[in-house]
Design a protein around this ligand. Structure first.
Ligand code: CP
Length: 307
C-alpha cells in the first residue's frame, strides 16, 4: 500500500508491516502535535448498519477535531434500505456526497464490495465476523505507547476467537511483528480453521488452550480479552453453553503476573470485573480514547491532509 492517499482500507491482510508502522507513527504525530484543520473542505460519511459506540463516535469526533464535516447513518432503519433499496445503490449514491465512506455492516465482505462500486475510498469499520482494521490500528498504537515496542511480544488472546473480528485483524497484524501468540477459548469458539491454516502455511508458531491458568505459565506481556459475540450465534442455547466462560478479576491478574497488561476492544459484558478498571494493568479505556488520534491519522492519510 505504502501511500494511503485515496485508497480504501478494508483488511489487515492487504497491509505490510511498513503500512502499519506508518499508521502508528502518524497517530503519534497527531496525538503529540495536534495539527490543525488538515481535513478542511473534506466530508466523511459514517454508514453504520450495525450498532456501535466507540467506532462511529470516535470517527465522527476525529473528523470534527481535524476541521472536516461528517454526516451519516447510525441506524439502518432510518435509511432507504428500509424501503427496499439495495446496499449497492445506497453506496453508489452516498459515494457522490463525500470524500470518504466509513462502513460497518453485518455481512462479511460488505466494505470490500462497497470499495469496488465507486472511486470514493472506503474504510472498513467492521464487516460481520471478518475484519475490524481500525481497531487493530488503535490496538497497535496503544501497545507501542505503553510497552515501547511492537516486536516479539508474548500475547494471549482469550474469549470468542471464532466470531471476534477484532482478533482476526489483530492476529494477522501481530504475526508481522513476530509476536508469540497463545489462543485461549472454549473449543467451540476457537480461531477459524482458515486462519489457523494460514498461520501454519506461514510457519507462524502459536498455541491453543482452553484454560486461562495454563496461559499464566507463558509469562504473557498482554492478555487481549474479547466478549462472546452473542449476536452472531444462530442458536441462543449454543450461546448459553459458552457465556461466562472467562472472567478476569484482580485475582486472575495475580495469577497471570502483576505486570501483565489487559486489553479489550470493548464493549465488555462480564468478562472483566470492574475492580480491574482501576489497576495499572487495564488498558481498555486508553485503547478507546486512542481511537480518536488513530482515526484522525488514518483519515488524514487517506484524504491527503497528512503524509
Ligand atoms: N470496539 C468497537 O468496535 O466498539 P463499538 O462496537 O462500540 O464500535
Amino acid at each position: 500500500m505504502v501511500s494511503f492517499k485515496n485508497k480504501s482500507v478494508i483488511s489487515i491482510r492487504d497491509m505490510t508491516m511498513d503500512d502499519l508502522i506508518k499508521i502508528v507513527d502518524t497517530t503519534g504525530f497527531v496525538k503529540e502535535s495536534n495539527p490543525p484543520d488538515f481535513m478542511k473542505d473534506k466530508t466523511v460519511a459514517t454508514l453504520f448498519f450495525e450498532p456501535s459506540t466507540r467506532t462511529r463516535l470516535s470517527f465522527e469526533s476525529a473528523v470534527l477535531k481535524s476541521g472536516g464535516s461528517v454526516f451519516g447513518i447510525a441506524n439502518p432503519g432510518s435509511s432507504s434500505q428500509s424501503k427496499g433499496e439495495s446496499f449497492a445503490d445506497s453506496i453508489r449514491t452516498v459515494a457522490g456526497y463525500c470524500n470518504v465512506m466509513v462502513i460497518r455492516h453485518p455481512v462479511e465482505g460488505a466494505s470490500r464490495m462497497a470499495s469496488e462500486l465507486s472511486d470514493t475510498p472506503v474504510i472498513n469499520a467492521g464487516d460481520g465476523a471478518n475484519q475490524h482494521p481500525t481497531q487493530t490500528f488503535l490496538d497497535l498504537f496503544t501497545i507501542k505507547e505503553i510497552l515501547g515496542t511492537l516486536d516479539g511480544l508474548k500475547i494471549g488472546i482469550v474469549g470468542d476467537l471464532k466470531y471476534g473480528r477484532t482478533v482476526h485483524s489483530l492476529t494477522h497484524a501481530l504475526t508481522l511483528f513476530g509476536a508469540e501468540l497463545t489462543f485461549i477459548s472454549p473449543p467451540a469458539l476457537g480461531m477459524p480453521e482458515h486462519m489457523l491454516n494460514e498461520l501454519d502455511e506461514r510457519k507462524i508458531h502459536y498455541r491453543n488452550m482452553e484454560d486461562l491458568e495454563d496461559a499464566g505459565k507463558r509469562n504473557l506481556d498482554i492478555l487481549y480479552v474479547t466478549r462472546i459475540q452473542k449476536e452472531r450465534f444462530g442458536d441462543p442455547q449454543e450461546y448459553e453453553k459458552v457465556a461466562g466462560s472467562y472472567r478476569i478479576t484482580g485475582e486472575t491478574i495475580e495469577t497471570l503476573g502483576k505486570d501483565i497488561k489487559i486489553m479489550h476492544p470493548l464493549p465488555r459484558v462480564d468478562e472483566i470485573a470492574e475492580e480491574v478498571d482501576s489497576l495499572p494493568n487495564a488498558l481498555y479505556f486508553t485503547q478507546a480514547h486512542n481511537g480518536i488520534p488513530t482515526r484522525q491519522a488514518l483519515l488524514g492519510l487517506v484524504t491527503g491532509g497528512l503524509d
